[in-house]
Design a protein around this ligand. Structure first.
Ligand SMILES: Cc1cc2nc3c(=O)[nH]c(=O)nc-3n(C[C@H](O)[C@H](O)[C@H](O)COP(=O)(O)OP(=O)(O)OC[C@H]3O[C@@H](n4cnc5c(N)ncnc54)[C@H](O)[C@@H]3O)c2cc1C
Length: 301
């Protein structure tokens, strides 16, 4: 039986793995996709200490290197389907097999919220995307829309403005919610900002050809011809596994933890965005480190 199973190889899970391995714990770390989590979606980070600016993909690669150096193999494209409580620990049931472990860190992050608009499901992967760094280059030289004017929306609109012909940044509220630093950059970029707008329909034949929105003040309807729509309207926790296991969740579905990243279940810890605490990279990494330290104490005290 392993000492520790880590579910999710985003920044929180990867950091937990670094700390746990350096403490001498035997471990397995799983990810349903490729490791790095949301780092793979971040164009450029400008608020991570030690780097004036670093690409998300580059930081993900550095984290992977660090794990390779510690001889930790990441089980990628291996979704954990269930965590079962056993007499002396837990059984992790994943796509690529089963392992038993005495403790678990759940670092499953969040998923993008989907827009409740006609055609939203139909055009997902056919023009509608949640990752501009992944799919933006497919729309080089074309017109695209970014939906959601928070930090993620603003950052990705700026990224797309460098490769696309025209970028519409559509916000439901009267003002963009992003930080001042993004507002300053947006002023000089090739981005048309549309506020007070409710996107209610995506249209096209085989692939996305455009969207329709309603001005929330005048109630007038407008149509934009776009080949891509990048949706950044918030996140929801990937906490179903934790819930099924018996972990307490808060009213928004985030896993409840104390300052040691302990859940209500002995031997089960949680870290990163899935705890809902200030969803930033530095916090996810810090929580991963604390969770690994707490798992070590749980196993050795
Ligand atoms: C567009 C965007 C821009 C951002 N910009 C910044 C920024 O500039 N600065 C900053 O500090 N933060 C930024 N963030 C936030 C930052 O990316 C997150 O806080 C951080 O990635 C959280 O790490 P995490 O490990 O908790 O979760 P995630 O990064 O979401 O990783 C969770 C991992 O768990 C995996 N997983 C989920 N369910 C399962 C399962 N059942 N089995 C196996 N694996 C599973 C997922 O595949 C994923 O790889 C940004 C986020 C986004 C989306």
């Amino acid at each position: 039986m392993l000492d520790l199973a880590i579910i999710g190889a985003g920044p929180a899970g990867l950091t937990a793995a670094i700390y746990a391995k350096r403490k001498g714990l035997s471990l397995a770390i799983f990810d349903s996709g490729s490791s790095g989590g949301k780092l793979n979606e971040i164009v450029v980070l400008e608020n991570y200490p030690g780097f004036v600016s670093i690409k998300g993909l580059e930081l993900a690669e550095k984290l992977r290197e660090q794990l390779t150096n510690l001889n930790v193999e990441i089980k990628e494209f291996c979704k954990v389907k269930e965590i079962l409580k056993e007499e002396n620990g837990f059984k992790i049931v994943a796509d690529c097999g089963k392992v038993s472990a005495k403790s678990v860190i759940i670092a499953t992050g969040t998923a993008h919220r989907k827009l409740n608009a006609k055609g939203s499901e139909q055009f997902e992967g056919k023009g509608i995307s949640y990752c501009a760094t992944c799919d933006g280059p497919l729309h080089a030289g074309k017109d695209v829309a970014v939906i959601g004017g928070g930090n993620s929306g603003a950052m990705n609109a700026l990224y797309l403005s460098k490769i696309c012909n025209r970028v519409y940044l559509i916000e439901y509220m009267p003002k963009l919610k992003c930080e001042e630093a993004y507002l300053r950059k947006l002023k000089d970029a090739n981005v048309k900002i549309i506020t007070n707008a409710e996107v209610f329909e995506f249209f096209g034949k085989e692939v996305l050809e455009g969207l329709r929105y309603r001005d929330r003040v005048s109630q007038k309807q407008y149509e934009l011809k776009v080949s891509g729509a990048f949706v950044y309207i918030g996140l929801k926790p990937n906490s179903e596994l934790a819930k099924k296991l018996g972990c307490s969740l808060d009213d928004k579905g985030y896993i409840e933890v104390d300052q040691h990243m302990s859940t209500n279940m002995p031997g089960v810890f949680a870290a990163g965005d899935v705890t809902g605490i200030f969803q930033q990279l530095i916090v996810a990494c810090a929580q991963g480190a604390i969770a690994a330290e707490s798992a070590y104490r749980f196993l050795t005290d």
